[in-house]
Design a protein around this ligand. Structure first.
Ligand code: OGA
Ligand code: NI
Length: 350
């Protein structure tokens, strides 16, 4: 499913020496090509959604309209007052940071196999010629609980599994809540949307981006869209690096500490019949500091047919904008290609 490539954390040890260069396979000529907008104003512009306001009867309607508009115009928002306890977040941050600081042999005990995505390693490498991302990943299935394969769940640090369990159930709760408000915003029966996400399948991708002396020449994560429904991204160690594509330019996201950066994935764009947008995004790396981020993906269930919701197709004059596909096949398609902007979702457009 993905070709074996070097561990980047290890590679960085040699490449970051003053007399060394980043290997050609990591050099991205397009890295400096587009304008990047950085600064406080940018983050202020990205919609902020307040979950406490969504849940409060007096402010719910107004906040729900804001949420809907964020998903239509931006496909991205910052979620505050999400109700996930601070200690759940700080525990998971501590344990993820500790995991990546373990010696290589300890991490390799959780190495992914070439034919599945779960475990520690690299992804989306489909050809020997393809350019590579400056990062390592840890990928786990979190929900449903039966889908967990504990062989891949780090046993060190010893608190890891418990921290992750707490984090998983808290984020699943938040995602479920957001989905219900999204159904309301679209004017569909929440059950018809929830049916696609029955059992709340959830996966985790932790991104570890080592520092890179030639940071401007590489990508931590290539431009892509997320395949799932909703993604909740957490900045694990306070180093920023996410950039999102908005009106042809890249905006650097500077997420407030403890907030989630939430984005619409391809599955939700398709289910919404194009109302909500799955936006292209990428990650850049820091010249001196390591960066860790954790994305929790809320997936459709394997045997669900992912397609525009029938109620919305009717509203839209009987015109579905995308083909329907069984989710399992949709994900196979996603994992068999390299990350490539909006290619995945555009390929399903009618
Ligand atoms: C992802 C992702 C961005 C980041 O994991 O899908 O987009 O900032 N990560 O690491
Ligand atoms: Ni992503």
């Amino acid at each position: 499913m993905s070709l074996l490539v070097p561990n980047v954390q290890e590679l960085a040890q040699t490449c970051n020496r003053p007399d060394q260069q980043v290997p050609d396979r990591y050099v991205r000529p397009e890295a400096g090509a587009d304008e990047v907008i950085v600064g406080h104003g940018v983050s202020a512009a990205i919609p902020v959604i307040d979950l406490a306001k969504l849940l409060h009867p007096e402010s719910s309607k107004e906040e729900c309209a804001k949420l809907g508009s964020a998903c239509q115009q931006w496909g991205f928002f910052q979620l505050i007052n999400h109700g996930v306890p601070d200690d759940v977040i700080s525990d998971v941050r501590r344990d993820l940071t500790e995991f990546f600081s373990l010696p290589m042999e300890a991490k390799e005990a959780y190495a992914k196999s070439p034919d599945d995505y779960e475990g520690y390693g690299q992804h989306f490498v489909v050809s020997e010629k393809q350019k590579l991302d400056w990062g390592d990943l840890l990928h786990l299935r979190l929900r449903p609980v039966e889908s967990r394969d504990m062989r891949f769940w780090p046993a060190h640090p010893p608190s890891f599994r418990n921290s992750m369990e707490m984090y998983s159930s808290e984020t699943a709760r938040v995602a479920r809540c957001l989905m219900e408000f999204l159904a309301m915003d679209m004017g569909v029966d929440p059950e018809s949307l929830m049916e696609i996400f029955r059992g709340q399948p959830q996966t985790l991708r932790v991104n570890y981006y080592p520092p890179c002396r030639q940071a401007g020449k590489v990508f931590g994560l290539s431009p892509h869209c997320d395949a799932a429904g909703l993604t909740l991204l957490l900045q694990v160690n306070g180093v920023q690096g996410l950039q999102i594509r908005k009106d042809g330019r890249w905006l650097a996201v500077d997420a407030p500490d403890g907030a989630f950066v939430v984005n619409v994935g391809d599955t939700l764009e398709i289910a919404s019949n194009g109302r909500y947008r799955s936006i292209e995004h990428r990650a850049v790396v820091h010249p001196e500091k390591e960066r860790i981020s954790a994305a929790v993906f809320h997936q459709a269930c394997r045997n669900a047919t992912v397609g525009p919701l029938p109620e919305l197709v009717t509203k839209d004059g009987g015109r579905p904008v995308y083909r329907s596909m069984v989710y399992e096949d949709f994900m196979k398609r996603f994992f068999s290609a390299k990350l490539d902007g909006r290619a995945n979702v555009e390929g399903l457009r009618i």
